[in-house]
Write a protein that binds this ligand. Structure first.
Ligand code: KG4
Ligand code: ZN
Length: 336
């Protein structure tokens, strides 16, 4: 291991979490501080990009101080800084990238830019550092729904992705129409525990033989049901459970088919929606049945956090990939 890889500062500001982490030796999380902006955006029912950037600006330095303090480290101990370069909100990303460059320049640290989706994949790595590759990964968040084959570190093949909305986005929008809080995914998950997943008939979203997804149709269908329903606490629970059932069924079926088709024996489920209890339970059941190893990170490593960015940065540094001070934010940065 070169010194650049030993104590890495991770910075994540791609959306509405300001996060800084200190990671030792690639998988030892010394701190992982996440300041959520959910309270700020809640009253608007979704992330307001301009407010997100400003909030990152205000919070990044205090969060950095706290991450160092919790890790028992000072800036002088760091060897590298890894930062989310994209995809995400360009103004929000820029705050993290500018801070990372300033730290790299002033402290003579190695600098590495990380793709946010690659970061999510390394959330699984942090949960299972003995992970064997290749693996099939479902990356499922508020902005993405991708089925990817991770052949090796840095080698990704996207088998399919959503044509329109991400699964998390569909959950959030339906939850918003129900008058639930923001973000709606966790609220729906909570509500669904008291519901019957077969009570409200909803179509399976794009349940075909491809690895592509589409969630805008199910969102519209769900909103239509909601508009004419006589709402009660039981209806809401049944509706939440039914919506989760159809979305999860398609996510699980396509991920498992990708594992079978590629002959891969490890499946990763990562991204914010990987926190969903039905998705976790159904993936677990399907992987047991298929004799495939399943790795799903613990909840704090599913949703946006900087430890996963530092872990991805560690692997990039090991491959000799360093950024220079021209590193820029890229809102639509591709995984491959
Ligand atoms: O990865 P993430 O934190 O941010 C993005 O990169 O988008 O994912 C956020 C998404 C939101 O859509 C949120 O509603 C969803 O993850 N989410 C959940 C749960 N926890 C977070 N969706 C369903 N069930 C959950 N328990
Ligand atoms: Zn994310």
């Amino acid at each position: 291991m070169t010194s650049a890889e030993s104590l890495i500062l991770g910075i994540e500001t791609s959306c509405d979490e300001t996060s800084v982490s200190v990671l030792a030796h690639g998988s030892d999380i010394r701190s992982n501080v996440v300041a959520s902006q959910a309270d700020l955006h809640r009253r608007f029912g979704g992330v307001v990009p301009e407010l997100a950037s400003r909030q990152h600006l205000e919070r990044l330095l205090p969060v950095l101080d706290e991450a160092l303090e919790r890790a028992g480290a000072v800036l002088e101990d760091l060897t590298a800084v890894a930062v989310t370069q994209g995809p995400g909100l360009v103004g929000a990303l820029t705050v993290g990238v500018a801070a990372a460059k300033a730290l790299a320049l002033s402290r003579d640290l190695a600098l590495v830019g990380v793709n946010h989706l690659e970061g999510h994949l390394y959330g699984a790595w942090l949960a299972a550092p003995d992970l064997a590759l290749p693996a099939v990964a479902l990356i499922v968040s508020g902005a993405h729904t991708d089925v990817v084959v991770m052949r090796d570190h840095g080698h990704y093949e996207v088998l399919g992705r959503t044509r329109d909305d991400a699964a998390g986005e569909a959950f959030d929008k339906v939850a918003r129409a129900m008058g639930l809080g923001y973000p709606g995914g966790p609220e729906l998950d909570r509500l669904a525990h008291g519901g019957d997943p077969r009570a409200v008939p909803l179509p399976l979203p794009m349940a075909d033989e491809s690895f592509e997804f589409s969630f805008s149709g199910i969102k519209t269908a769900a909103l239509r049901v909601l508009a004419t329903a006589s709402r009660s606490a039981q209806f809401d629970a049944d509706f939440a459970a039914s919506l989760q059932r159809v979305v999860v069924e398609v996510l699980v079926a396509k991920t498992m088919r990708a594992a079978v088709q590629t002959g891969v024996s490890t499946v990763l489920v990562v991204g914010g929606v990987a926190a969903n209890s039905r998705l976790r339970a159904e993936m677990d059941r399907a992987c047991r049945q298929a004799g495939v190893r399943l790795v799903v990170p613990p909840l704090p490593l599913c949703t946006d956090n900087a430890a996963m960015i530092a872990a991805a940065g560690y692997q990039r540094l090991r491959r000799g990939l360093r950024a220079d001070l021209h590193l820029g934010a890229s809102s639509d940065l591709a995984l491959v």
